[in-house]
Structure formats: structure tokens, C-alpha cells
Design a protein around this ligand. Structure first.
Ligand SMILES: *Cc1c(COP(=O)(O)O)cnc(C)c1O
Length: 366
């Protein structure tokens, strides 16, 4: 049997006709940029995660626009987890902001709130809380610190669509949130796409101006700011609107698969944990194994594709070291886990046979 890491072909087949129709209607209208599907998606995603939505080009640009809308100044410091996808910190560099790393919690892999306070200085303005692997960051603990030091909380929710804490969805947990709809994310477009979400209407209005060359709504050759081209394509919005209807169902499916994995594997490897009140959405199902290279080779031999997210914590990437200095050894949980983590296949269309096969293969590959 073969189990791929993800299967976008099967995923998209399940709503092939609806998506074709949605794309056809964009082609029919020829409104490829700023078409009505953009506003439609923004409205739908807004009622989905609570807060105003600005549809943008991708998750990295979403972070950049969110940071800009908070009016941070060059030299300001932003607290970030040591382990995430590099895109979490890229915009900080090109905005002249300084990432301040904090170690992750060894159980959830998210930023450890207990280690945040010592990283705060008089220049600290914000915390980027990543819902890594789909597990919501401990926003309640972060909020207490943020309130005390007057910091903004930015959710990097690129992996957290549909994640919740006490029934509150990602996108509404922090002050402003960013999403990626990269094809492999839990809600994926047919190319690049992203969104910024906040209850603060001014910030979202600002993002809408900046994403569109600094144009105010309705303006064409008047520019009220030096902006960017960070617009979402209309076709992506049309695709996402169709797919959004199924996101809850896909999330439930991911959670069921994860529960099955955990049930069978928890006694033999380190499996993900779910703390009370938290809805983990399993963008990735990450375990820790003692001999990773052998494990991955054995799994490949058995036909199961795996991934590593991520083998290098952010503070150890060469350009980051060049810019900020060598911080090796400062974030032991991030460094230690980076050597042992492996991601098992998890996607809504997995069959029961595939799920059982991955469990058996995992046991045999250790
Ligand atoms: C995917 C991802 C991003 C970037 O999103 P893009 O749409 O690829 O630009 C940012 N942060 C995290 C945690 C991600 O997983």
C-alpha cells in the first residue's frame, strides 16, 4: 500500500463540479482582480472566524500587512516562537523589526508563555503567537502578559483554520490574525492566497488600502499611502468560498484520524496532546521518534511518506544567524524537538485502510 503525505487531487475531486462552476463564473465576469467573489469570501470568512476580513495574496504578506497596520516602527521588537515555518519572521526583517525568540513548550510545540516575560524590553511591541501544527497557542496566558506590558497579540493562524480555545475560533483569539490558504493548508486555494482578520475595523481598512497600491476604496489614480500589490485573485476567492463550506467536516475528519493515531501510538512514541478547552485541528500530526533517519527510511520502504516540520528551528537558519547572531543553545526545547519530530500523513480523504496501515507501519518502523 502507498500512503502519500497529502492528496490534493482526491481532496479537490470531492467538489470538482462546484469549483469548476465557481471558476467559470469568474471567467464569465472577467473580473479577475477585485471581482465580487472577493467581497463574498471576506463576508463568509468573517462570519466563520469572527472579525473583519481582508483577503490578501498569501500568508506571508498577510503577516506583513498586519504588522504594518499595527504601526510598528523600525527597531521595535516582536516576540516570536523559536520553532515555526520561516515565514513567521520574514516580514519582520523587511520591515526593520527585530524578532526576539522564545523557546517552545515541549508538549505543545507552541511558544512557552512562562518564558515570554524575560524576553520583554522597553522596545517590545507585539507577540506573534503561531498555532503550530493546528494546536492553538496558549492565548489566555499570553493575554495576561500582553495586557501587563501593553503588547499586541498577532495570531499566525496559517496552520490554525478552525482551531478553538473554549469555543472561540482562531482569528478571534488575538488582536489581529493572519491566515494562509496555500494549497496544502487546512483550507487551501488553487494557488497562493491569504487573509488578515481583526475586530479592529480601522486596521482592516488600512490593510485593504495597503494591499491595493495605497488606494482608498473606489479610488483609481489617487493614492493615500505607499502601498503594495498584495491582492487575492478573484478566482482564488471563488474557490475558497466553495471550499469553506466543507472546512468543518474536514476538520472533524482530521481530528478523528488524529484520535485514532494517538489511541494506537501514545504508549510507544510521543504523540500530540490536547489541553482542556483546546480544539487542535491537526494541520500536521507530529510525533517524536528516537532514531528519525531510520524511521523515515523504514516508513518510505513500507510506502508511507512522512515530513519534518521543521528540521531547523528559526533561530538557526544561516541568514537569521547572520542578522541576529548565533543563539544556538538558548532554546533547548525547540532544538531538541527539531531533531526528533516527524509528521505522519493526515488529510480528510484518508481511507480507514490507509489510517490503519500508517499505524502499523509506524509501529514497525521505530
Ligand atoms: C504557510 C505558513 C505561512 C506562510 O503562508 P504563505 O501563504 O505560504 O505565504 C506562515 N506561517 C506559517 C506558520 C505557515 O505554516
Amino acid at each position: 500500500m502507498k500512503v502519500p503525505f497529502n492528496d490534493l487531487y482526491t481532496h479537490n475531486r470531492s467538489m470538482h463540479q462546484e469549483i469548476q462552476d465557481a471558476i467559470a463564473s469568474v471567467i464569465e465576469s472577467s473580473a479577475f482582480v477585485d471581482g465580487p467573489a472577493i467581497g463574498e469570501f471576506e463576508k463568509r470568512f468573517s462570519s466563520f472566524c469572527g472579525g473583519e476580513v481582508a483577503a490578501v495574496s498569501n500568508g506571508t504578506d498577510a503577516l506583513m500587512l498586519a504588522l504594518l497596520s499595527l504601526d510598528l516602527k523600525p527597531g521595535d521588537e516582536v516576540i516570536v516562537p523559536a520553532q515555526s515555518f520561516i515565514a513567521t519572521i520574514e516580514p519582520l526583517f523587511f520591515l526593520g523589526l527585530k524578532p526576539i525568540f522564545v523557546d517552545c513548550c515541549s508538549e505543545t510545540y507552541n511558544i512557552d508563555p512562562q518564558k515570554v516575560e524575560t524576553a520583554i524590553t522597553s522596545r517590545t511591541k507585539a507577540i506573534i503567537a503561531v498555532h503550530l501544527y493546528g494546536c492553538p497557542a496558549d492565548i489566555k496566558a499570553l493575554r495576561q502578559i500582553a495586557t501587563r506590558y501593553d503588547l499586541k497579540i498577532i495570531e499566525d493562524s496559517a496552520q490554525g483554520h478552525c482551531a478553538e480555545i473554549d469555543g472561540v475560533r482562531a482569528g478571534s483569539l488575538g488582536d489581529i490574525a493572519t491566515f494562509s490558504f496555500y494549497p496544502g493548508k487546512n483550507l487551501g486555494a488553487f494557488g497562493d492566497a491569504g487573509a488578515v482578520v481583526s475586530k479592529n475595523q480601522e486596521w482592516i481598512k488600512n490593510v485593504r488600502v495597503l494591499r491595493n497600491h495605497g488606494r482608498q476604496k473606489g479610488a483609481k489614480y489617487e493614492h493615500s499611502a505607499i502601498g503594495f500589490n498584495c491582492r487575492m485573485d478573484t478566482i482564488q476567492a471563488a474557490v475558497l468560498t466553495v471550499k469553506l463550506d466543507r472546512l468543518e467536516e474536514w476538520t472533524d475528519r482530521r481530528r478523528k484520524i488524529a484520535a485514532q493515531y494517538t489511541n494506537h501510538l501514545k504508549d510507544i512514541v510521543k504523540t500530540p496532546i490536547e489541553t482542556k478547552g483546546v480544539r487542535h485541528v491537526y494541520h500536521l500530526y507530529v510525533i517524536e521518534v528516537p532514531r528519525r533517519e531510520d524511521f523515515i527510511a523504514n516508513m518510505r520502504e513500507l510506502g508511507v511518506q512522512t515530513g519534518i516540520h521543521y528540521p531547523i528551528p528559526m533561530h538557526l537558519h544561516q541568514p537569521v544567524v547572520n542578522a541576529l547572531g548565533d543563539k544556538r543553545g538558548f532554546f533547548p526545547n525547540a532544538e531538541r524537538s527539531a531533531e526528533h519530530i516527524v509528521s505522519l500523513p493526515i488529510y480528510p480523504e484518508m481511507t480507514e485502510q490507509q489510517i490503519e496501515y500508517v499505524i502499523e507501519a509506524t509501529k514497525r518502523s521505530l
